[in-house]
Each structure stands twice: as C-alpha cells, then as structure tokens.
Design a protein around this ligand. Sequence first.
Ligand SMILES: [Zn+2]
Length: 342
Amino acid sequence: MKRIITAFIACMLLTCTAGAVDLYVDTNKVATDTPPAIVEGRTLVPVRAIFEAIGATVEWDNSTRTATGEKDGTIVSIQIDNTTAYVNGEARTLDVPAQLINNRTMVPARFISEAMGCDVTWYQNTQTAAVADKIKGQHIYVTKTGKRYHFSGTCNGGTYYEATLAEAMGRGLEPCDKCVLTIDNSVPPTSETTPPASEATQGQRNALNSAKSYLGIMAFSYDGLIKQLEYEKYTHDDAVYAADHCGADWSSQAGKKAKSYLEIMPFSYAGLIKQLEFDEFTHEQAVCGVEQCGADWNAQAAKKAKSYLELMSFSRDSLIEQLKFDGYTHDQAVYGASQNGY
Ligand SMILES: [Zn+2]
C-alpha cells in the first residue's frame, strides 16, 4: 500500500510541474517569462519576478550563483541547489532549494515571501499562490457565485464567507470598489491633532520608544516609519505621534538609506532617487540623500553593466540602452559598457 501511495504522489508532482500555476502579490498577477512550477509540493518562481513583485531589490552573484534580495532592511540570500538560505545572515533550512528549471533560476515563493514579511496562501483548486504584502492580515470575503471580493464581511449587507486571497485571485474575482478601495487609500498622516509631549499617552510613548529603536537599526522615511509602527500594531495616531517626535532628520535618513542600498546593488543617480521615493521619502529628501551618499556614478554604471552581463548577453548598443533605461546618463552608460570590454 505504501508503495502505491508514493508512486501516486510522485505522479501528481510531475503533473503539477507541467500545469499552470498563477502567482499573485496582493491584487496583482505577477507576470513571469517562465511559469511558476511545483516541485515536491513547493511553488518555485523565477527569482527576479518574486523579489521585484514584493518590492525587494535583487542582485545576482554569478560566481556563487546566489541571489540576494533586500526589502526594508531585510536581506535574503539564496543559492542554487543549496538547502541553506540566509535571512539577515541567519541560516534557514529549505526543504526545496533554489534550482535551475529550463535554464532559469527558480526559488521557493513561500520562503522568499515569508522571509520578507509577507503571508502566502495556496489555493489548490485553481493552483494559485497568493502573496499578501501590503494587504497582509486582511480578511477576504466572497460569495460562492459573486464576481467581486470584499474586505468587509458586511459590505452591502451581503452574506459572505471568508476566503483566502488565493481563492479570490484564483477565481479571478475583482476588488469590490466600495470596501476594498477604502482600505487601499491609507489615511494620510495628520499632525494637527497631535498633543504636546507632556500629554503623551502610554501608546504614544511606547510608539516613540519603538520608533527610536527602529531608527537605531536602519533608516526610515517619515511614512515608512509610520507604516512600520502600524505593522507593529500601534494605532495610526500613535505612529504619527512617534514619527513627529522622534527627532529624525528625514534628509539624513534618506542619505543613510541611499548608502545601505548601494551596499547591496548598484544604482544610477536617477534610479536611486526613484528607489528612495518608493520608500516614501519626498523628492527633496531623496535628492538630498542621493547627493550625500558620495557614489561614483561611472563606477555604479560599470557594476550594473557587469551584473547584467552575468544574467544575459547584450550587444554594446543594447547594453548602453539598458543602462540609460536604468537612469544612467549616456556618458555613464558608455563608460559602464567600456569597463566591461564593450
Ligand atoms: Zn465590498
């Protein structure tokens, strides 16, 4: 009997590998040039697609065949065919390692997502893996036959049942424009209602202490710090209070953040500004941070060109175009290409 079951499972695994698996991050389907695959019950996805979909930057080291992703200060390193991966330098054991499938580097979606602080659900019926990043912890409600999914179980007075994000995505349900949008448009921070420090509540003082300890570890933007505190279950008002009173200089925070990015991967001047804006620094703070970081943009272009050439081959012109697309000036792009023998 045992042998039959084993054979049956092995057969199922093969079927799944060949079948189509959909990957979603929040409400967006992740477009991948190589489809996700299931290997030994784990969903494997192209390395760049998953890191970028959850807002992480990713760098590939060809000599060690290691991909390193960074998001909000969390750094995940995963090496092809190695069952040990690293999260902020701490070893984690994988049951299925990163591996080459059809010559593409495929990594376990759940491990990467969870290491980056996201939730992952799997829906067997439609072979859908759904990663909850910004909407992590959000309950999803649907009807058996409806076309929409809801964040509110009582939206329109309906009779809903609770579902997984994966089920809603797998069934191709659209977001309800009443309750889903309300939560997506997060409330902008308001400082007018913030009471003076002397009247700080316990919640405000706790949030302020947490804010200071976060800032001791890594750099944050104003909005990024508020989000982090809210993620730690502080109320929005307490988080805003902490961000307003923590004494951080947001421009120098941007400078620190810029430096930490450059330690992980090369950037162009314009690309790094964009990255900081993505982290919710204002344009002025981002510019200020990038000006402070002291990078040599020619050298950055050369490093970037090298990392592209490790991933695929380019003509001289297409390599220069790619670098310009990343925000390098024409001269920097030419320099980067020529440093790599082009
Ligand atoms: Zn609704």
